[in-house]
Ligand binder design. Structure first.
Ligand code: FES
Length: 217
């Protein structure tokens, strides 16, 4: 028996579960997540292996970065393959997984980077409904524009951080400054002022008493 598996590769895919599952059902495929969602790719492979499936075809979906998908779907599948007794044949595009794929660990991933700021960006359900996807993209673009790397600002996307009424929410550590709502048009100013120049933005802070009027930046 051969089984097609759609592999959702990006972190925001977890919030698109219904859409992705529908697409998988239409293609008579299983759905698995590389990150952020369930079932994970390795758990899906476990289930298929236990069910006696002898051939698996992996197909990355919902990604605009095929190089990333090729690298990480292959690595994770190879990691799983190496740990099995009599694993099924796994096809991934034109490749067949052999177990000789690059490992999941590397000296570069042994320690956290020496970052100055830790930026938590909420991707919970209410922030997502209020536009956290566009805010998150705008923050990433502003970080790139100001040439801030993981050594300057380590970004983590999170589930609900609780003050959903003010979403989209973001938090900057080590200062512990909470911001919200952050609109895409706020992103560049937040990155420039706080993350590059070290000056927190009082008008965007949660519960700021002197919030600027809507549309004013
Ligand atoms: S969903 Fe973002 S704070 Fe709750």
């Amino acid at each position: 028996m051969s089984v097609l598996v759609h592999v959702a590769t990006t972190l925001p895919d977890a919030s698109r579960f219904s859409t992705l599952r529908h697409a998988a059902e239409q293609a008579n495929a299983k759905l698995a997540f590389l990150q952020g969602g369930e079932p994970t790719l390795t758990h899906t492979l476990d289930i298929l292996h236990a069910a006696g499936v002898r051939e698996v075809r992996l197909q990355p979906v919902s990604t605009d970065n095929l190089a990333y998908a090729r690298s990480w779907v292959g690595r994770v599948a190879g990691h799983w393959y190496r740990q099995q007794v009599d694993p099924p044949t796994i096809h991934f595009g034109r490749r067949t997984i052999t177990g000789r794929e690059a490992p999941l660990s590397s000296a570069a991933w042994d320690r956290p980077p020496n970052y100055r700021h830790h930026l938590l960006v909420c991707r919970g359900p209410r922030c997502s409904a209020r536009g956290a996807d566009a805010t998150s993209r705008a923050l990433a673009q502003a970080l790139a524009q100001h040439k801030l790397t993981d050594e300057d600002v380590l970004v983590a996307q999170t589930g609900c951080l609780f003050p959903c009424n003010h979403g989209p929410i973001a938090v900057v550590h080590p200062e512990g400054v909470w911001y919200g709502p952050i609109r895409p048009t706020d992103a560049e100013r937040l990155v420039r002022k706080h993350l590059a120049d070290g000056q927190p933005l009082t008008d965007l802070m949660l519960d700021a008493e002197h919030r600027l009027p809507e549309g004013e930046t």
